[in-house]
Each structure stands twice: as structure tokens, then as C-alpha cells.
Design a binder for this molecule. Structure first.
Ligand code: NAD
Length: 261
């Protein structure tokens, strides 16, 4: 099946569907310039093992190193914009009766592109809180630190205004449970969806990687958009080899464009 046949097959399914889910991973943000998980292994922080940095134990052992690493990620995310693939998903959301984004990303780009229903499975880089009690910490203070050019790699975390405990990013670290509400919303959306788009995820990080399989079991049409094969590829109904920023606008145009013109 060539690209145009795939577009029309998926566009037809979307046009008929009332419940759609887009499951997104780090590849969704690659064209905006946010490194994927794999890229971070070779990038600026490549000499550190993310599994060693992204744990509560690592934060307790060396808070300045871990806080500094996340400040670098905040800086990176603040300096990029959501690409046209994000806009395409937002256009689809506006067009469909029920459209939910379930993302493993923590960069907040779906929301910045105007998406209204976003389930963040792995938390958010935009929401910091204190380590001991979970008191929220204003992101404006984090932004100020992220924009301070005088800070180096290691940055001592600020103290919580309520209890004095060190402030940590609101992302899910290795060994921590996924947020219960987001998990329930993700399973419920996938359980009801007629079409599920799986975009830019290596389908290796569990439990998020179970969601495309669950969609299959529930009888949804599951469409993978990824330049590379993944462990999920053999199970996908349509497996589309390409970049999110190229394919999603074409798909949104095929679903919506004809009605607008
Ligand atoms: P991953 O890095 O394991 O996989 C990324 C996938 O995206 C790969 O399969 C790759 O082939 C694909 N990809 C690359 N460019 C693409 C493009 N232009 N269009 C479509 N697909 C493309 O990422 P993952 O599966 O999300 O899992 C890694 C973990 O890392 C997640 O837990 C996630 O929370 C975290 N993470 C998040 C961000 C972010 O928030 N942007 C960035 C890095 C890592």
C-alpha cells in the first residue's frame, strides 16, 4: 500500500469514528528539536545514565546534579515550538466528537499547540513540586532559573515555600508509580477508541507500551506512525513509515480539508 492509499484508508476510518486516541512518545517532539530518549543517551548528558539520574534515589544522593539536568531539559523545551504535526492533531481534536491525546512526553508541546484533552502518563516538566510533601512550586520560578545564563550544570534545587523540602520536577521517575488518574483516563480512552494513532514511540517503555496492544484487543484500528519499525509494528493495522511532522498534516487535511474548502 503506498502513502496515498494509507492516507485515504486512515482518513476514512477517522471520518467514521467518534472516539479517537493519539498515543504519542518522544518521536513526536523530535522535529521540534526535543531530543528523543535515545538521543539523550548520545547528547549533552550522554555521559550520565538517565536511569541513574531519573530516580528518587539519585535526587536524594545528588540533588544539584539531578535538578541541574532537569533545568537543562526545561531550557531545551522552552526554546522550541510545537511543529505542524502538533497543529494537525489539534485540528483533528477540534473536528472529532471525542479525541484524546495520551502522551509519554513531559514537554507540554501538545498543550502549547492548543490541545485540550491531554493525558500525561509520565508527568510534566512544567509542573515542579517538593520532594517530601508534593507541594506545588510555581513554574515561573523554575523558568527564571532556566533562563539564568550564569548557572552551570549543577544547580541546588530551591526550597519549598511551605515545608522547605527540596523542589523536584513533576515527572515520573524510574521506580515510581504512574499517576493514578492519568493511567485510568488513558485506559478508559483506549478502551473506548475506534481508531488509535501510535506516534513516535519505540513501544519499549512499560506500562505505556501496553496501550497499543490493549487497543488492538478492544477491536480498534491501530495506526503506527514512525520512521522505524518497533516491536508493535507487526500488530499494527496500518504501519506508516514516516515522520509525524510530514504525515499528520496530510492526514488532517484528508479528514478535514475537503470540508473546509
Ligand atoms: P523513544 O526515544 O524510546 O522512541 C522514540 C521513537 O520515536 C522511536 O521509535 C523513533 O523511531 C521515533 N521517531 C523519531 N523521530 C520521529 C518522527 N519525526 N516522527 C515519528 N516518530 C519518530 O521514546 P518513547 O517511546 O517516548 O519512550 C521513552 C521515554 O522517554 C518516555 O518515557 C518519555 O517520557 C521519555 N522522554 C520524553 C521526551 C519528551 O517529553 N519530549 C523526550 C525524551 C524522553
Amino acid at each position: 500500500m503506498d502513502d496515498s492509499q494509507m492516507i485515504s484508508e486512515v482518513a476514512d476510518a477517522l471520518a467514521d469514528a467518534s472516539r479517537v486516541v493519539a498515543l504519542t512518545g518522544a518521536g513526536m517532539s523530535a522535529e521540534s528539536g526535543v531530543p528523543t530518549f535515545r538521543d539523550t543517551l548520545t547528547g549533552l548528558w550522554g555521559r550520565y545514565d538517565p536511569q541513574r539520574l531519573a530516580t528518587p534515589q539519585a535526587f536524594a544522593a545528588d540533588p544539584s546534579l539531578v535538578f541541574g539536568w532537569y533545568l537543562t531539559r526545561v531550557r531545551a523545551v522552552l526554546s522550541v515550538e510545537p511543529h505542524v504535526g502538533y497543529d494537525a492533531l489539534t485540528r483533528l481534536e477540534r473536528h472529532m466528537p471525542e479525541f484524546t491525546v495520551v502522551t509519554q512526553n513531559v514537554d507540554g508541546l501538545h498543550q502549547r499547540a492548543g490541545a485540550r484533552k491531554v493525558v500525561e502518563l509520565h508527568g510534566s516538566l512544567v509542573g515542579f513540586r517538593c520532594f517530601d510533601q508534593g507541594h506545588p512550586y510555581g513554574f515561573e520560578h523554575i523558568e527564571e532559573l532556566a533562563r539564568d545564563p550564569s548557572l552551570g550544570e549543577r544547580v541546588a534545587p530551591p526550597a519549598c515555600h511551605v515545608c522547605g523540602s527540596p523542589v523536584r520536577p513533576g515527572v515520573v521517575w524510574y521506580g515510581e508509580a504512574l499517576p493514578a488518574t492519568a493511567t485510568a483516563q488513558a485506559w478508559s480512552a483506549v478502551g473506548e477508541a475506534e481508531v488509535v494513532l501510535v506516534i513516535g514511540t519505540s513501544a519499549l517503555v512499560y506500562p505505556a507500551a501496553e496501550l497499543p496492544m490493549a487497543a488492538k484487543r478492544n477491536g480498534a484500528m491501530v495506526v503506527e506512525i514512525n520512521p522505524d519499525q518497533t516491536p508493535f509494528t507487526p500488530s499494527a493495522d496500518v504501519s506508516w513509515r514516516g515522520r509525524a511532522g510530514e504525515l499528520l498534516p496530510r492526514l488532517a487535511d484528508a479528514v478535514i480539508g475537503a470540508e473546509v474548502s
